[in-house]
Design a protein around this ligand. Structure first.
Ligand SMILES: Cc1cc2nc3c(=O)[nH]c(=O)nc-3n(C[C@H](O)[C@H](O)[C@H](O)COP(=O)(O)O)c2cc1C
Length: 386
């Protein structure tokens, strides 16, 4: 019992801690890669070192999922945490790394971005600094590959950080090197140990350059919010839902002596679990029978249920919402589980996407020994309405 209480307190602390992180004075940079044989991974570590050399800056190294689950990945790459597309919104800058595949980016990285439509239409990544590095074989088509990656970043309105001639003063010119003005690459199929020391130096410089731009821009206001301040209050939630292909389900019916929501002093109080079509989506315990991806899916569904009830509370018009005041996420986890905040981001990101500035909320995340009807998640929400 004492142990469970301790886990509960730690989970609350971590939940609040991670919220606080977004407001911390530290610049947060994501280094996101796909790598099959580890060449891109080695470059990524040098990029991360460069990022962290810049004052007050933290680098997080993650990978995108493999589109072929049977594919054998390099053992170090396999161990990296897997990023979700939604979490790109949480960083001040992102360095993207991919192998050169037929003078292009890898299909896995491309597939990851094919899921970015909600981020694209909501202009979430606009103005966020990004840079691209790669690992090639002979180097054939390496610059074309970086530029094709740039097409995706430009579509998202990201601020692209190139490398120019940085780091080339100390380049070992006795062997071929992967330097380009667009970003560092490694010639994994060329002579000597790869990445070469020169290629790693270039990558480090690139990481530092990204961190500098990310630090400079992180406290500036998003162009979208500057432009739309006066329009924001008139923005139509129904259009946002349609543009982002978000379908609000039917509100689940209460299964006991209670009501789906109460309203007190313009505040709506709602509690929901991961019901979908009358059944719990991905039931069970996170860290045991439920994977993190399944828990995130259940969290997303739970938040949709919250929106469904909220819509009823607003008389069918979500435009009446003035503010999401607070979200509390309870997760059915094993005692040693600690990544509650990452799971809850599925709910927080969805709320921010749908309600924009009005979606900004305080938050707590808590680990629980069990939850009703074996749901992996329960969300308590408080919204202010007109
Ligand atoms: C399907 C495929 C296509 C490739 N196309 C190219 C290419 O066009 N140019 C090149 O220089 N290397 C090419 N390569 C080699 C990879 O870019 C190289 O092995 C790279 O270092 C792999 O990165 P990784 O170790 O991070 O997986 C290709 C490899 C594969 C598997």
């Amino acid at each position: 019992m004492k142990k469970q209480l301790l886990v509960l307190l730690i989970a609350i602390f971590i939940g609040f801690g991670s919220n606080a992180q977004t407001k911390s004075s530290e610049t947060n940079v994501l280094v996101l890669i796909y790598s099959q044989n580890g060449g891109t991974y080695k470059m990524a570590k040098a990029i991360a070192d460069g990022v962290q050399e810049y004052p007050n800056t933290k680098a997080t190294l993650k990978r995108v999922p493999s589109i072929n689950p049977k594919e054998k990945l390099n053992a170090d790459v396999e161990k990296l945490p897997v990023a979700t597309i939604e979490e790109l919104a949480n960083y001040d800058g992102i360095a993207f790394g991919s192998p050169v595949h037929f003078a292009n980016i890898s299909a896995d990285m491309n597939y990851f971005f094919s899921q970015s439509i909600p981020l694209w239409t909501s202009r979430t990544l606009e103005g966020k600094p990004a840079t691209v590095f790669m690992s090639a074989g002979s180097g054939a088509g390496k610059e074309a590959a970086i530029l094709s990656f740039w097409n995706i970043l430009a579509s998202h309105g990201m601020v692209i950080v190139p490398t120019g001639i940085m780091g080339t003063a100390t380049l070992d010119k006795t062997v071929p090197q992967g330097n380009t003005p667009f970003g560092a690459t490694s010639l994994a199929g060329s002579t000597g140990i790869r990445p070469s020391q020169s290629e790693l130096n270039l990558a480090k410089e690139q990481g530092k350059a990204l961190a500098r731009v990310a630090s400079g821009l992180r406290n500036t206001e998003n162009i979208k919010s500057v432009k739309t301040t006066s329009v924001e209050s008139k923005s139509d939630i129904n259009k946002t839902l349609k543009d982002n292909n978000i379908v609000i389900p039917e509100a689940p019916k209460p299964v006991g002596n209670y009501v789906p929501f109460t309203i007190s002093d313009h505040k709506v109080y709602i509690n929901q679990v991961a019901l979908k079509d009358g059944k719990i989506l991905n039931p069970g315990k996170v860290g045991a029978t439920v994977t993190e991806d399944q828990a995130k899916e259940a969290t997303y569904q739970t938040m949709l249920n919250v929106f469904a009830v909220l819509k009823e509370a607003c008389g069918g018009d979500l435009n009446k919402v003035k503010q999401c005041v607070q979200l509390t996420g309870y997760f059915n986890t094993t005692p040693e589980y600690t990544q509650h905040a990452g799971l809850m981001n599925s709910a927080s990101n969805l709320t921010a996407l749908v309600f924009g500035e009005k979606g900004k909320h305080a938050r707590a995340t808590i680990g629980a020994a069990s939850l009703p009807i074996n749901s992996a998640v329960e969300i308590q929400a408080i919204f202010e309405i007109e």
